[in-house]
Design a protein around this ligand. Structure first.
Ligand code: MG
Length: 253
């Protein structure tokens, strides 16, 4: 499959409903790798609404982009950045710092940065959360990306801390265990739930919308679930298959 970067970069970002979020960037193509700079660029070239990525902090306070808490068998939170900085992603890129990732993001002014703050032992290791959340917010501010960054996290504590530090930033809670009303009571303005949660609680989409909250869902790759989430009226679909979701949206319109 062609990478997004190989597609025409001249078209405007289409108005799509639901909006498409490329999960860990658009990486299911030649030269792609999850959470790589290439996957971010591929998502931008594909003209999707947003590109999601995962963030951890090292023992010496460097924010890095990676899904798992470990990278090449090293626990990111326990090692200095020097221990992992030359280790490679599947496409041969070195692991990105969030500085590098957001610097690249400034080149794509039409795309939302969907910034997942990963937490160790969600909501329990408050010391870790007290380090990682302010560092994430400060880095977004450093690159002037406050207005087009959506923060997401499984940790309710992390979500609330982002809202304290950056009240205008959209924040979507990931964990799926609270109703929209309960999430809003914590001052959080969106949900980003696994599609199985919305399958079980379809009424939560309307409840969220009635409360003025946004609804995102993950990770929706199979046609049956893409159609189901569209029929529920979610605002965003987070997917490893952005071109497939786009076909469904085009067919639905
Ligand atoms: Mg993620």
């Amino acid at each position: 499959m062609l990478c997004g970067a190989a597609l025409c970069a001249c078209a405007q970002v289409p108005e799509e409903n639901p909006q498409i979020v490329a999960h860990r960037g658009y990486w299911k193509c030649e030269g792609g790798a999850q959470n790589s700079i290439a996957s971010l660029s591929n998502a931008a070239a594909l003209k999707v609404w947003g590109s999601e990525f995962d963030v951890w902090i090292t023992a010496d306070d460097t924010l890095v982009v990676n899904h798992d808490p470990t990278f090449h068998h090293r626990m990111i939170k326990d090692v200095p950045f020097a221990d992992i900085k030359d280790l490679l992603l599947d496409n041969g890129e070195k692991i990105s710092t969030v500085d590098q990732y957001l610097a690249k993001g400034t080149e794509y002014p039409d795309m939302q940065m969907v910034f997942e703050i990963k937490t160790y032992n969600d909501g329990v290791d408050t010391l870790y959360e007290s380090r990682v959340v302010p560092a994430c917010v400060e880095t977004v501010k450093k690159y002037g990306l406050e207005k087009r960054t959506t923060f997401i996290a499984f940790s309710l504590t992390a979500c609330k801390r982002v809202k304290e530090l950056l009240p205008d930033a959209p924040v979507q809670y990931l964990n799926g265990d609270l109703s929209p009303k309960e999430v809003q009571a914590h001052g959080i303005d969106g949900i980003d739930y696994r599609y199985t949660v919305l399958h079980k609680h379809p009424e939560w989409v309307k409840e969220a919308h009635d409360l003025g909250m946004s609804v995102n869902c993950w990770t929706v790759n199979a046609p049956v679930y893409i159609q189901e989430m569209m029929d529920l009226g979610v605002d965003q679909i987070t997917t490893n298959e952005p071109t497939l979701v786009r076909k469904f949206i085009a067919a639905g319109n």
